[in-house]
Unconditional design. Structure first.
Lengths: 256, 52
């Protein structure tokens, strides 16, 4: 059995309130947050993402970097399941529940988090969905070993219809999973989190992107009406480009 | 270069649920991780015992 895994890339931002406002206006659903504006989780049409204040964390993260996490229904069961599949996994208690990490192919760690939090003590709150989010969240993993990297994510149920494209392999694990995009390239950025002990290895970094089921022209017009500065790229692989408050470039492509 | 912090190990114990909840809430109030707050409590306890 493979538990359901949903991507939850977590941005450690020096501008957390601005990033939270950015994703809200972009059309994601803020499902869970802290009242002081230092933390929020967003649901996409498929996939989720999070924003965490980079100045208020003990795990040594570097601001503006994004660490890949999976949300799942039961972190302890997930750890047992992944261990049986041969993965190196650790689980411990945090204030918000069980926290896990699983080592990737090269030893960088991917977080494992529960997909809900029952205890809302201290300013946390859930938010009812008022409007269905329109974008699928994409976690973009840059690697020079695309097929091997893509195959590794099959343990989490993420598979592609084709592995033959030399630039992009889009992996999904069902309608709600979000997309893991394996992109050809060399990793040249410093890690979001240096390994400081046996528990926290260097984080598995990703870039955040999105896929849309609307025509790009329609989405682009809507984003411009909402005050975003966008660029509609119509050649080669058509997409919309915009920049988030942390200065990171975001691409929105048509979903296949 | 700064010294590397010592490696941490996992330490499983059984505690009353109310005490665990109180520690989690204290950690949230202080903006610290659960591990950091438990470490402080254990260190303080040992310090007090050793000074008696």
């Amino acid at each position: 059995m493979i538990l359901p895994y949903v991507i939850w890339p977590l941005r450690f931002s020096p501008n957390a309130p601005a990033m939270i406002d950015f994703y809200t206006r972009l059309g994601l659903h803020k499902s869970f947050s802290h009242d002081n504006g230092t933390f929020a989780t967003f649901l996409g049409r498929s996939g989720t993402l999070g924003v965490h204040d980079a100045l208020n964390t003990e795990s040594g993260v570097v601001p503006q970097h994004t660490a890949l996490n999976f949300a799942t229904t039961d972190v302890v069961l997930a750890a047992e399941e992944l261990t049986e599949l041969g993965h190196h996994v650790k689980v411990w208690d945090e204030t918000y529940g069980k926290q896990g990490v699983v080592a990737s192919r090269d030893g960088r760690v991917i977080g494992l988090n529960g997909d809900s939090q029952e205890d809302l003590y201290g300013g946390y709150r859930t938010h009812p969905e008022e409007e269905a989010p329109s974008l699928d969240v994409v976690a973009v993993c840059v690697t020079s070993e695309m097929k091997a990297e893509a195959a590794w994510f099959a343990s989490f149920g993420f598979v592609a219809s084709s592995y033959d494209d030399s630039w992009w392999i889009g992996l999904r694990a069902g309608e709600r999973s979000g997309v893991i995009g394996i992109h050809a390239g060399e990793v040249d950025s410093p890690s979001a989190r240096e390994a400081d002990d046996d528990l926290f290895g260097p984080a598995y970094e990703v870039r955040i992107g999105f896929e849309t089921h609307e025509p790009l022209e329609v989405l682009d017009a809507r984003l411009r009406d909402a005050g975003f500065e966008t660029t509609l790229v119509t050649e080669d692989a058509p997409h919309i480009e915009l920049t988030d408050p942390d200065g990171e470039r975001i691409e929105i492509h048509r979903a296949p | 270069m700064p010294d590397k912090p010592p490696a941490k190990v996992q330490f499983n114990v059984y505690l009353p649920p109310d005490l665990v909840k109180a520690f989690k809430h204290r950690a949230i109030d202080e903006g610290r991780s659960l591990s950091a707050v438990v470490q402080s409590a254990l260190t303080d306890y040992l310090s007090r015992k050793e000074s008696q």
